[in-house]
Design a protein around this ligand. Structure first.
Ligand code: SME
Length: 161
């Protein structure tokens, strides 16, 4: 795998994800170090979509702890059931929040973030081991297409745990 992404800048969102997925699979396969893989995955997503913030939190001693990310500094620890991240963990499901102001308990790591997606990452026993968090500073950018493909990317992580 060359260390360069091939994404057509003018392509639509779905086409970008379809082109990105096999490249991410190739990028991570054969590498056993999870931190290295998470670092490259969020870098690839950030490079492709230019979101405000994209990164991971990992479950550590029953808390979510900040892991590789791209974007401004962020809160380091999130408790079970707290914020969008802790809620996605507790409910074991993806959350698409088109307007964070409408989500009671949203944790504002950055006042610039207005919309968010959080995808739980499961291990082979279906235990949540972390979450993928995407933040946008623009309304209407994040939608169900992102949820669909980001879940596929999180499935890739399950496969390499
Ligand atoms: N907004 C998140 C906190 C993490 S930051 O957005 C990076 C939440 O409510 O859980």
């Amino acid at each position: 795998m060359s260390e360069e992404l091939f994404i057509t800048a003018s392509a639509g969102k779905k086409e970008k994800y379809e082109s990105l997925l096999p490249q991410l699979a190739a990028l991570t396969e054969g590498e056993k170090d999870l931190t290295a893989n998470l670092a490259n995955l969020c870098a690839a997503l950030h490079e492709t979509f230019g979101w405000w913030w994209v990164g991971f939190y990992r479950v550590r001693n029953h808390e979510l702890v900040l892991a590789p990310f791209q974007g401004p500094i962020a809160c380091t620890r999130i408790r079970f059931g707290k914020g969008v991240c802790g809620t996605a963990w507790k409910e074991e499901k993806s959350l698409l929040i088109p307007d964070v102001n409408a989500f009671s308990g949203h944790i504002a790591c950055s006042s610039q973030s207005v919309a968010e997606i959080v995808i739980p990452i499961f291990d082979e026993q279906h235990q949540v081991v972390g979450v993928l968090d995407v933040d946008s500073e623009r309304f209407g950018v994040l939608d169900e297409t992102d949820v669909y493909f980001l879940e596929k990317i999180c499935q890739l992580i399950t496969n390499i745990l």
